[in-house]
Design a protein around this ligand. Structure first.
Ligand SMILES: O=C[C@H](O)[C@@H](O)CC(=O)C(=O)O
Ligand SMILES: [Zn+2]
Length: 275
């Protein structure tokens, strides 16, 4: 079994302004997270948020000790949110086996031991530091909180499902859910926003292989873009907008950590303010 961990340091906005395409992608784009037989993690210095993928294929994959944290087990002082973007799979933790259908979310609290992934799942992993142990919990789509935002007129009508969210369940820092575009709409998170007190990570999925999402980032008056393929992620620094338009259908998982768990705490930026 292969465990790869890549460290990404935090970037200052003045540095970002001077980056060319390759440098921008090396810092903010996550590729090749979902490889059969591997767990691939990116350890970021944005609130020590970790994202990654586990694809057990026909075998099992165990996530336990990760050298980067210098703790006995990865979740010794962390919490985790797992989303299954593949077919039916299982996650075993603390002697319980959870079956995750596509779109289901599993929360694992601080102090959970080794985590075993199996089945046909493609598991997206998110994790951040925690200060208190909340119970492990499987949250199905039916149990999530659904919000419909936007209008067909502005091509941003979308359905948001909140899973690890104060209205559904408690967590320390982690807030997680996903957004799907409704027929004919292309824009997520438009109007855009920033939240300097919380970082954010996106994973785009459910896309056709040849399709791309035009992901916008950067300070509102100094935007940059990344063309993103299916099952690739983007990290959003606290000073950055995060928004995208798809060439074809897509869903994206958003996950955040920082000073508060208030999903609605956003500083909105109108399209007229973007440059
Ligand atoms: O801070 C919140 C995140 O950026 C996303 O949840 C926003 C989003 O999914 C959307 O508006 O489409
Ligand atoms: Zn946001």
């Amino acid at each position: 079994m292969t465990l790869n961990v890549e460290t990404r340091h935090a970037v200052h906005q003045d540095h970002c302004k001077k980056m060319g395409t390759d440098e921008l992608r090396n810092h903010f784009l996550f590729q090749k997270m979902f490889v059969t037989g591997e767990i691939n993690l990116v350890y970021t210095h944005y609130d020590r948020f970790v994202v990654g993928g586990a694809v057990p294929g026909n075998g099992t994959l165990v996530l336990d000790k990760v050298e980067e944290t210098r703790t006995e087990t990865f979740l010794e002082r962390r919490e985790m949110g797992i989303v299954n973007i593949g077919q039916t799979g299982t996650v075993e933790a603390d002697g319980e086996t959870y079956t995750l259908e596509q779109g289901d979310v599993l929360y694992l609290g601080m102090g959970t031991g080794a985590i075993t992934f199996a089945g046909e799942g493609r598991f997206y992993i998110t994790s951040c530091p925690a200060h208190q142990a909340y119970p492990n919990r499987l949250v199905t789509i039916a149990e999530s909180k659904e919000v419909v935002l936007g209008e067909a007129d502005t091509s941003n009508k979308r359905r948001i499902n909140q899973f690890i969210h104060p209205l559904v369940m408690p967590s320390c820092q982690l807030v997680l859910g996903y957004t799907a575009l409704l027929e004919g709409s292309v824009w997520n998170t438009m109007p855009a926003h920033v939240h300097d007190r919380r970082m954010e990570a996106y994973l785009y999925w459910g896309m056709d292989e040849e399709s791309r999402v035009l992901h916008l980032m950067g300070e509102p008056e100094e935007t940059r873009h990344l063309f993103i393929s299916n099952e690739e992620g983007a990290i959003s620094p606290p000073w950055s907008i995060h928004s995208g338009a798809g060439i074809g259908k897509y869903t994206f998982i958003w996950a955040m950590a920082g000073d508060n768990v208030d999903y609605t705490d956003m500083d909105f930026i109108q399209p007229s303010e973007l440059k």
